[in-house]
Design a protein around this ligand. Structure first.
Ligand code: GRF
Length: 197
């Protein structure tokens, strides 16, 4: 079985990227391959990890380009060269624009640390903690032009225990993310293949 080629987009630590690469290495039935990494932050830890793994990397600041469309056009050329079929955003801190959305219709996913539509945006864990909700969680969704707004593919709740502090909540959310993203990617690839066979 040929694995479906994914590009993972990162801007930070890249723990979800690591988890996906580990899934590929340890689960031989997993139908996806992490075949490239894209970043708008050339100095981030996610890029350093990708380089250490010998993965093809496109890491450029969008400020080097006149427009967002020019930046995305350069990303698109790289993705095309690498034969990429799907994009998985994993802590990528920019909105995806029309160049990439049009090139990968229904093939771009994001993972977000809340039960969307609750707590969109960059501070989702902090916002849920501060709001005093009993449950927050993790969402995987298709990406559209909005911030954390595309159709939801999967959600897993995570209980908030305020007495244990926010760091402990971050840890539990991350560990759910690391399992869920690989599971969802596997399911979607298999479903897409069944639909097209
Ligand atoms: C994750 O919590 C993800 O849900 C959010 O950004 C964070 C990225 O973490 N979109 P990492 O860089 O994968 O460690």
């Amino acid at each position: 079985m040929e694995r479906a080629k994914f590009a993972v987009f990162v801007s930070g630590t890249g723990s979800n990227l690591r988890a996906l690469v580990q899934r590929q290495e340890t689960d031989l039935q997993w139908p996806a391959a992490i075949a490239a990494v894209v970043s708008n932050k050339p100095e981030c830890q996610g890029v350093a990890f990708a380089v250490s793994k010998g993965l093809p990397v496109f890491a450029r600041s969008p400020k080097e380009y006149a427009t967002k469309a020019d930046f995305e056009q350069a990303v698109l050329e790289f993705l095309t060269q690498q034969g990429i079929e799907y994009i998985a955003l994993a802590g990528y801190m920019r909105l995806v624009g029309s160049v990439l959305l049009d090139a990968f219709p229904n093939h771009i996913f994001n993972i977000h640390p809340s039960l969307l539509p609750a707590f969109p945006g960059k501070q989702a864990v902090q916002d849920a903690f501060d709001a005093g909700v009993e449950d927050t969680g993790v969402t995987v969704h298709y990406v559209d032009a909005g911030m954390d707004t595309g159709p939801i593919v999967a959600q897993v709740p995570v209980q908030v225990d305020k007495s244990k502090g926010i760091e402990e909540l971050y840890r539990r959310i991350h560990s759910v993310e690391h399992q869920l993203y690989g599971d969802v990617i596997g399911r979607v690839v298999e479903r897409d293949r069944a639909e097209h066979s």
